[in-house]
Write a protein that binds this ligand. Structure first.
Ligand SMILES: C[S@@+](CC[C@H](N)C(=O)[O-])C[C@H]1O[C@@H](n2cnc3c(N)ncnc32)[C@H](O)[C@@H]1O
Length: 504
């Protein structure tokens, strides 16, 4: 750690060694600890923008040239940044980032590196379909390899087996996934005041995928870096982002020192802020001596934490759930599961309705949170599937989604959907709870323990929602309704009797 701090200081980074220390926390890897009571608004460290590592700051895009960068598709997605990181690593001590690169981890607990047996344990969860190994490898073979093969002067044959292997590619991708920040272009000094209220790190759902990135700070690299190389990449990536309205891949940046902070659900006490020339990690709450200094990763569900970072959060859950888990958990219900359940009852061909829904609502997945409430979109979708032919034609003509109003038909379909969704996991909730019980949990491998925590979190939401739905269904069933009507009538009689008595 000393070598890294020395490198950081040699690059004009400021580090308040009286207030914080970099140390190892059990189960969290490295992190930062307060060495004294620190007040809110205190700057813990300052990172000059030129030592953030991105396709704007690396010299590689300039050396390869704008045309080639574009031709090989390196301005889209993370492949360009991955190549820059590989390139900088291959430059050894010649690279400005050598002291940083050598401090980065090379092993990860993320499912990207799990064996098939461990991956089986995640069946049914939102993780499996999102690992994206095949897509990543396609970029390696179709973009990165052709680019390096085209320039033996920049990528000598003997360096390829050391620095440009598929294994190194996955390691760099995982570093971006778990540690990158979103650093936007600085909008010129004149915009500084306007931007003042927005000048803190923003977090998005998924740092590593191009369409849902992680933490973010607005930065103008042009002002600070202004070299030819930057112009090359900037222009390219910016053009692409404008054209496609996707994240500008040039905004994805590795930020030394800031990426050493851990995070835990709703524990953030420090955040990254930008200024014209520097990024600053500033405390957002008072921190007591000995406490860990936490950044935020946006409090994602455990499925995303595991997929991107290789860990999960376990804190007390909130009503209606009990026990420990991640209050940010979610469970996803695919629209096709709902259609499959509805098709058992509905005679009409549902395809036209489904296509219309996808056009109008653009939602093929429904998300339930830990409050266990039915999402309006799910209710609206079920209603759509059960409309009579005449109602459906009217709905389509009006281009208006059905109102998310529950009735006993909707609830009964939802209950079947939830039950079927629960059966997609390899185990029951009871089995998972037993696996995580004291005495048993220690015998699980880390991967298996993480998988069980993720799937149990999702199942608890499903069971909680099923319970709530059953209650509601019960209240709406004709028998209960009849009893309730009778009861209400009795109460009304009593009420009116009381009223009369009161009047007297
Ligand atoms: C941005 S880095 C933080 C620094 C990292 N601990 C290190 O040693 O370099 C993110 C990684 O830290 C670890 N981490 C962060 N928060 C954690 C937590 N609450 N529990 C366990 N591990 C955590 C995970 O391995 C994650 O991939």
């Amino acid at each position: 750690m000393d070598a890294f701090v020395n490198w950081f200081r040699s690059q004009n980074g400021f580090f308040d060694a009286d207030s914080m220390d970099l140390t190892t926390f059990f189960g969290h890897g490295r992190g930062a600890m307060a060495l004294r009571d620190i007040s809110e608004g205190h700057t813990l460290f300052t990172i000059p923008r030129e030592i953030t590592l991105s396709t704007r700051t690396s010299s590689l895009p300039g050396l390869l040239g704008r045309g080639a960068w574009n031709e090989f598709g390196l301005g889209r997605g993370w492949v360009g940044l991955i190549l820059c990181m590989m390139w900088e690593e291959s430059q050894g001590s010649q690279s400005k980032w050598s002291g940083y690169m050598s401090s980065l981890p090379t092993a990860f607990d993320t499912p990207m590196f799990w064996n098939d047996g461990d991956l089986q344990e995640l069946q049914g969860t939102a993780v499996v379909d999102k690992i994206g190994r095949d897509e990543a490898e396609r970029d390696y073979h179709e973009k990165l390899i052709p680019a390096i093969k085209s320039r033996a002067d920049l990528f000598p044959a003997e360096s390829i087996s050391q620095f440009y292997t598929l294994e190194r590619y996955h390691i760099m991708g995982s570093l971006i996934l778990s540690r990158s920040f979103h650093v936007e272009r600085w909008n010129s000094v004149g915009d500084e005041e306007d931007a003042a209220h927005e000048n803190e790190q923003k977090y998005h759902a998924n740092s590593m995928d191009v369409d849902d990135e992680a933490q973010s700070i607005a930065v103008d690299q042009d002002t600070l870096l202004g070299g030819e190389d930057d112009v090359v990449e900037d222009t390219l990536a910016d053009q692409e982002a404008d054209e496609e309205d996707v994240e500008n891949s040039a905004d994805v940046a590795m930020v030394p020192m800031a990426d050493l902070l851990n995070a835990r659900f709703e524990s953030e006490n420090a955040k990254l802020f930008y200024e014209e020339r520097d990024l600053k990690m500033v405390t957002t709450r008072p921190i007591k001596v000995g406490e860990q200094i936490w950044n935020t990763y946006g409090d994602p569900p455990n499925s995303d934490l595991l997929r991107r970072y290789g860990h999960v959060d376990l804190v007390p859950l909130r009503q209606p759930l009990t026990g420990e888990g991640n209050p940010g958990d979610i469970v996803e219900i695919r629209a096709d599961l709902v259609v499959s359940v509805a098709s058992q009852t509905v005679a009409e061909d549902l395809q036209a309705r489904v296509d219309w829904w996808l056009e109008e609502a653009d939602d093929d997945t429904f998300v339930i949170l830990t409050d266990c409430q039915l999402p309006n979109e799910l209710v609206s979708f079920v209603r759509l599937l059960f409309l009579s032919q005449q109602e459906w034609e009217k709905t389509r003509a009006k281009s208006k989604l059905p109102k998310p109003k529950v009735d006993s038909v909707v609830l009964s379909v939802v209950m079947q959907v939830l039950e079927r969704r629960l059966r997609e996991y390899p185990t029951t909730i009871e089995v998972d709870e037993a696996l995580l019980a004291p005495g048993t949990v220690d015998s699980l491998s880390l991967n298996k323990k993480h998988a069980v925590i993720v799937r149990l979190g999702e199942k608890r939401i499903l069971c909680g929602t099923l319970q709530e739905t059953r209650k509601l269904h019960e209240q709406m069933s004709p028998a209960t309704q009849g009893n309730r009507d009778k009861k209400r009538a009795r109460e009304n009689n009593t009420e009116s009797g009381r009223g009369k008595r009161a009047k007297r």
